[in-house]
Design a protein around this ligand. Structure first.
Ligand SMILES: [Zn+2]
Length: 214
């Protein structure tokens, strides 16, 4: 017995180590697969995981944490973007989210999509997500007819691929005001609004600041 005891102890330890390793491996693979599963979930309401995966994958481009964004989000402040720029009709849907994606025009190569694409009927009204001053209202090559609004607090919002622009540079706009109509100008595959939100010049996931949808 004296002779076998250390061997048993060794075997027991080895078994415990093996079980621990298997558990750790299965936990890691579950963690690795979860963003994919979430990414394929139905596109409803506000989702906040994109900025986290963006951070992991594109650290150089996204430096604001979700906590920092949440700390700055204030739905009672009309100068902080939170109103949806499109009130979807029955045909409306989110056609592309913020984050890495395959180039939608060529169908090959990856790009970082710095906004959220909201698709609906041509001519759908586009609303200012927050009050502010129009700093750009022009045809911006690949982005087509584009409006940029400075909200005066580090926040800016950009509205691209419009069909028509209803405000001019220097105009002050109020939250919810109609500023443009939806179109397909610039480099697009279809009618949609490309909506972007910047904090101190950095693009953040617009779905992290927009109100939850019903
Ligand atoms: Zn887009």
């Amino acid at each position: 017995m004296k002779f076998r005891s250390p061997l048993r102890k060794f075997l027991r330890c080895s078994a415990a180590l093996l079980i621990t390793a298997i558990l750790a491996a299965s936990l890691l693979s579950a963690a690795a697969s979860s963003p994919k599963e979430r990414a394929s979930a139905p596109l409803t309401g506000r989702r906040s995981f994109d900025i986290i995966s963006g951070n992991e994958l594109f650290e150089a481009e996204i430096t604001l944490s979700l906590e920092e964004i949440k700390a700055r989000k204030d739905d009672s402040d009309e100068y902080i973007p939170h109103v949806w720029p499109v009130r979807f009709s029955d045909h409306g849907y989110i056609s592309s989210e913020f984050g890495p994606r395959i180039d939608p025009v060529t169908g090959e190569g990856t790009e970082f999509h710095g906004g959220v694409d909201l698709a609906d009927q041509p001519g759908t009204k586009i609303h200012a997500s927050a009050s502010g001053t129009v700093t750009e209202a022009k045809d911006s090559s690949g982005f087509g007819l584009t409006i940029l609004i400075d909200h005066g607090n580090g926040y800016e919002t950009r509205y691209s691929h419009c069909n028509s622009l209803l405000v001019s540079v220097g105009d002050t706009v109020s939250q919810g005001q109609i500023i443009a109509t939806m179109g397909a100008t610039g480099r697009v595959t279809g009618v949609h609004l490309d909506f972007r939100v910047y904090v101190d010049g950095e693009a953040i996931d617009p779905l992290t600041v927009l109100d939850a949808q019903d």
